[in-house]
Design a protein around this ligand. Sequence first.
Ligand SMILES: [Ca+2]
Ligand SMILES: [Ca+2]
Ligand SMILES: [Ca+2]
Length: 248
Amino acid sequence: MRRSTHRHPSTRRDLLPHDDRPVAHLREIPAFAGMTALICALATPAPAAKPLPPCPPRQAQLFIAPMGQPFRAAADAADPAGAWFAQADADRDGRITPAEFAADADRFFTTLDTDRDGELIPAEVSAYERNVAPEIRLYAPRAPGPLRAPTRKERKAAGEYGMPLGAGRWSFLNIPEPVAAADADFNRGVTRAEFAAAAADRFRQIDAAQAGGKRGTLDPATLPKTPAQAAVTACDPTRVAPPPKRPR
Ligand SMILES: [Ca+2]
Ligand SMILES: [Ca+2]
Ligand SMILES: [Ca+2]
């Protein structure tokens, strides 16, 4: 660690403007002037922030709802997260309550439980990954193509396992497979109760991640951004990045 070079010489501290001794007692007027200049310099606005990266090329949009339901939209259409919000906000009051969130999760569970036995068996979970949200496959690249694992360089840049994977790239939470992740007892089946418990936990996590902190309901203005949303908002729209290279 670099050793601090900050010094606190008593003679300088004695000369700070808030010193209440009479000015006539100041012993080193030039030093006082120097300190004033330093304070003025510190008050000068910081240099401009680091420039934003170029925006990614416009492409079809994807949002993966907290329990795994995908919402897709064309590049120029509205953010598909809005469609999920409208679906879950049953009373249309502009907020999603825990009960509305739970009901939306339960409805999605029913669509996945194709044999209606109250549990998502491995075949139903596989059907979700293969047919409902194929984009989420763990290391799938953004563009259609062969699966690949992140490179060593990519893992290092993202803090090894902190990078969003699978569904995490299009979700509020970094959960690569949001349906299988609800299997709390790891018996490879997801019961309706396990799905409901996961929903309650995810509601709490998203609520806590809202701008301004926990609110008790989800509000579209304060919801966290998915990595995909952040990539198109925290960028310089006057520059467009080249399309990503296809993995070999
Ligand atoms: Ca509501
Ligand atoms: Ca089933
Ligand atoms: Ca289970």
